[in-house]
Design a protein around this ligand. Structure first.
Ligand code: OGA
Ligand code: MN
Length: 288
């Protein structure tokens, strides 16, 4: 008798009317969840963001799950790869033995991960190890909704524009009080040119591809026009109706699609509270 595998039925609820899905009753620490994880890969294309609460992931399992989405990238700031697994990038305000264990104030502006490399990340998996009781929410915006929410004449105006994304530019703005990037780090992060409107490689749906400190200019326009348009698009992209605000609990795992969302950290009392977040970053392909 042939045996048939049970189809995977995920217990889900929407997080925002336009995007985002919470998947309930799934324990990713168990190897039994492997088939469900493959189902999540498909759900991510449809919903752009997936939340799973109450997870108990070892670092090894976090990396293992992430690999099912694709090969993983390692961050250029090696000083924050402190778990022993180079695939995990730590975001934290905590120091141990006088050294920060993670990058503090990472992502305190609207961006999608690694847009500053030629082949940006397709998705990230951020796991909450320790969270403050108040503050430090993360905001997520759907760039599909943002693009679709633009008037048709604006869509046509920007459809074929390109923009320069600059990690050095971002670093200089976000971390002006720190030692500058080393020559090696700079060599790994030259400025890159990306389309302003991106096509999702699996669904074909279009999205707005911008970012706050990372995008230096729109290439095809004179400077003042470029600045004005960038400001307009960046302001439009994060309108309330496109944004989902996540209030973290310890054990939350969020997977997001960097090809069609942006996100932004919000502040917290970093003198009073500890925050430790672990991120893996899945490799992606050249935007078009
Ligand atoms: C990230 C990021 C925001 C946050 O992990 O890529 O930008 O709230 N995080 O920690
Ligand atoms: Mn980020």
């Amino acid at each position: 008798m042939p045996t048939f595998e049970e189809p995977i039925v995920l217990n889900t609820q929407p997080l925002h009317p336009g995007f985002g899905l919470e998947v309930m009753d799934l324990d990713l620490s168990s190897p039994d969840s492997d088939n469900a994880i493959d189902a999540l890969v498909d759900e991510l294309d449809k919903h752009s963001l997936i939340l799973l609460r109450n997870q108990k992931l070892s670092n090894e399992r976090h990396v293992e799950i992430s690999r099912r989405f694709g090969p993983l990238m390692t961050h250029v700031l090696k000083q924050f790869l402190t778990t022993g697994l180079p695939e995990i990038y730590v975001l934290s305000n905590v120091s141990e033995n006088g050294k920060p264990i993670g990058n503090h104030k990472e992502g305190w502006n609207w961006h999608s991960d690694l847009s500053y490399v030629a082949e940006p990340s397709m998705g990230s998996l951020l796991y909450a190890v320790e969270v403050p009781p108040e503050g430090a929410d993360t905001l997520f915006a759907s760039m599909h909704l943002a693009y679709e929410g633009l008037p048709a004449d604006m869509q046509n105006r920007i459809r074929n524009l390109r923009a320069t994304h600059s990690y050095a530019g971002y670093y200089g703005k976000a971390f002006a009080d720190r030692a500058p990037l080393t020559e090696e780090q700079k060599a790994r992060t030259p400025d890159v040119i990306q389309p302003v409107v991106r096509t999702h490689p699996t669904t074909g749906r279009l999205s707005l591809y911008v970012g706050q400190d990372i995008v230096k200019c729109i290439n095809d326009l004179p400077e003042t026009e470029s600045e004005a348009l960038l400001a307009e698009l960046n302001a439009h992209a994060i309108k309330d109706e496109f944004v989902f605000r996540h209030r973290w609990q310890q054990g939350d795992l969020i997977l997001w699609d960097n090809r069609c969302t942006m996100h932004c950290a919000t502040p917290y009392d970093d003198n009073k509270y500890r925050r430790v977040m672990h991120r893996t970053t899945v490799a992606g392909s050249r935007p078009f």
